[in-house]
Write a protein that binds this ligand. Structure first.
Ligand SMILES: Nc1ncnc2c1ncn2[C@@H]1O[C@H](COP(=O)(O)OP(=O)(O)OP(=O)(O)O)[C@@H](O)[C@H]1O
Ligand SMILES: [Mg+2]
Length: 491
């Protein structure tokens, strides 16, 4: 019996999961790590802690699954995207903390680039909007602010990577690679040519010497040392693209929404990179062989994270799972709306200066209303990006495939179906991010034969049918729009 090992390095935790031929979970190990908030709007991770937690769960999952490292056919890597690491090639030591995708410190830099008229160039080549979310301005910030960093980078002494690159460097003892799904989130990569772009590098003052080589998303790119054995690293994809693959959305027109820290709705657009007219992103889904597939993406920064805030910030629940019972303690939101713009607003608003706000409080408002408003905010934001996507792609989704930690919440899933007026479908295996990385790796080494194996493995767990009157849903959405308008442009 052999397995594929997926390493899912997320924003809040590192996970290692062993999958079998049926795409079912054989064993899981997971470890949370520290979120660092050195200033308002800044979010950092310690790259050494990322690596320590990831290598720790990698060893642990073998023990839990009671298998030998030689039973691992391949390793697939998937990761929080855009988070930026800069390290010394000679020692492998980071020169600073990782700047996390949620970090807003480079918003003024994005404003300046926009004011100089560069937005169109970035959009045309990268499919992205100029926002602090993406790696490019974070890397520029490190090169500008870490002493000697730019000159050292020019001399080839430093390596830049998103978290996939950082993990592979450590797993392999110095292989410096990334894949197009991760590269397409940097503002430095031309998604149409599939290469780093000199004009963009010049605009952000990034020397080419720091960049990793771009390899296929599915294919052996390095050998990892795993508990004394050598195992091929054969798949790489950013977490959202991996989830698209794990949901078997392998054909144009198929879409999924992941409810994790944020919400990320991705629609497979096949060989076409569709330029959005509604503030969505065009991005690389994956490259296999010489073929690149693209996706249209709506990124919502705060989704499940608002539940973490109820737990850790307000302390009105003890665990994320408790939010469902608290929200169910009231029949409706009682007129309370919570806009979780804690890190600005992503798609379709792209307002780095929006901040979180609660509207409609009255003397009757309770923790139950707040919990309900928090869950509803996740669904409202998802509905906004879904509508933008339908307009862009000129199609109407007949159902929505969902995954991620917050999809365990049945009240949220039912509200989502009610709001959208289409069924919401949760698969049997909700760990689709890790599963997608496993598939990309397993397909490369012949563990799975072809895409038909992936499609055949996908199974429905539960379907939520819409039950709310459409005019009631429209009224709730109108209230939400009013709340969002008032949260914008605060900072
Ligand atoms: N029952 C629940 N109801 C609502 N939200 C939940 C529930 N259980 C977990 N969550 C939220 O789901 C998120 C965790 O889901 P998941 O592990 O998929 O996130 P993630 O974004 O993949 O994490 P990471 O960024 O570390 O990869 C947390 O933000 C948590 O608050
Ligand atoms: Mg995740």
């Amino acid at each position: 019996m052999s397995f594929v090992l997926a390493l899912d390095q997320g924003t809040t935790s590192s996970r290692a999961i062993l999958f079998d031929h049926a795409g079912l979970i054989h064993a899981v190990a997971q470890r949370e790590f520290a979120q660092l908030f050195p200033q308002p709007g800044w979010v950092e991770h310690d790259p050494m802690e990322i690596w320590a937690s990831q290598s720790g769960v990698m060893a642990e999952v073998l023990a839990r699954g009671a298998i030998a490292p030689t039973d691992v056919a391949a390793i697939g890597i998937t990761n929080q995207r855009e988070t930026t690491v800069l390290w010394e090639r000679a020692t492998g030591r980071p020169v600073a903390n990782a700047i996390v995708w949620q970090d807003r410190r480079t918003a003024p830099l994005c404003d300046a680039l926009r004011a100089s008229g560069h937005q169109a160039t970035f959009a045309r080549k990268t499919g992205l909007v100029l926002d602090a979310y993406f790696s490019g301005t974070k890397l520029k910030w490190l090169l500008d602010n870490v002493p000697d960093a730019r000159s050292r980078a020019q001399r080839g002494e430093l390596a830049f990577g998103t978290v996939d690159s950082w993990l592979i460097w450590n797993l392999s003892g110095g292989t410096h690679v990334t894949d197009p799904s991760n590269a397409s989130r940097t503002l430095l990569f031309d998604i149409h040519r599939g290469e780093w772009d000199d004009e963009l590098l010049a605009l952000l003052d990034v020397p080419r010497e720091v960049l990793p080589d771009v390899v296929a998303s599915s294919g052996v790119c390095a050998q990892a040392a795993l508990a004394g054995a050598t195992v091929p690293i054969a798949g790489i994809a950013g977490d959202q693209q991996a989830a698209l693959f794990g949901q078997a959305c392998l054909e144009p027109g198929l879409a999924k929404n992941t409810y994790g820290t944020g919400c990320f709705l991705l629609l497979n657009t096949g060989r076409q990179a569709v330029a959005s007219k509604n503030n969505l992103l065009a991005t690389v889904a994956w490259r296999r062989g010489a073929t690149t597939d693209y996706a249209l993406e709506g990124s919502v920064f705060i989704a499940g994270a608002v539940v973490q805030w109820l737990r850790d910030g307000l302390k009105i629940i003890r665990s994320a799972a408790e939010v469902e019972a608290l929200a169910a303690s009231v029949p409706d939101n009682g007129g309370v709306y919570l806009v979780p713009a804690f890190a600005g607003l992503g798609a379709p608003h792209w307002d780095a200066y929006a901040r979180g706000a609660i509207f409609g409080l009255t003397r009757g408002a309770t923790g139950g209303h707040l919990a309900r408003a928090a869950l509803e905010a996740i669904a409202f934001q998802s509905a906004e990006v879904l509508h933008a996507m339908e307009t862009d792609a000129g199609l109407t989704l007949s159902e929505l495939r969902v995954d991620g930690g917050a999809t365990m919440n049945n009240l949220l899933m039912q509200f989502q179906a009610d709001l959208l007026g289409v069924p919401v479908v949760r698969p049997r295996v909700a760990e689709t991010t890790a599963l997608g990385a496993a598939y990309l790796a397993g397909l490369a080494v012949g563990y799975w034969r072809d895409d038909r194996d992936v499609t055949a493995n996908w199974q429905v767990g539960r379907r939520f049918e819409p039950a709310m009157a459409p005019d009631h849903a429209a009224q709730l959405k109108a209230n939400w729009d009013k709340a969002v308008a008032r949260a914008k442009g605060w900072d």
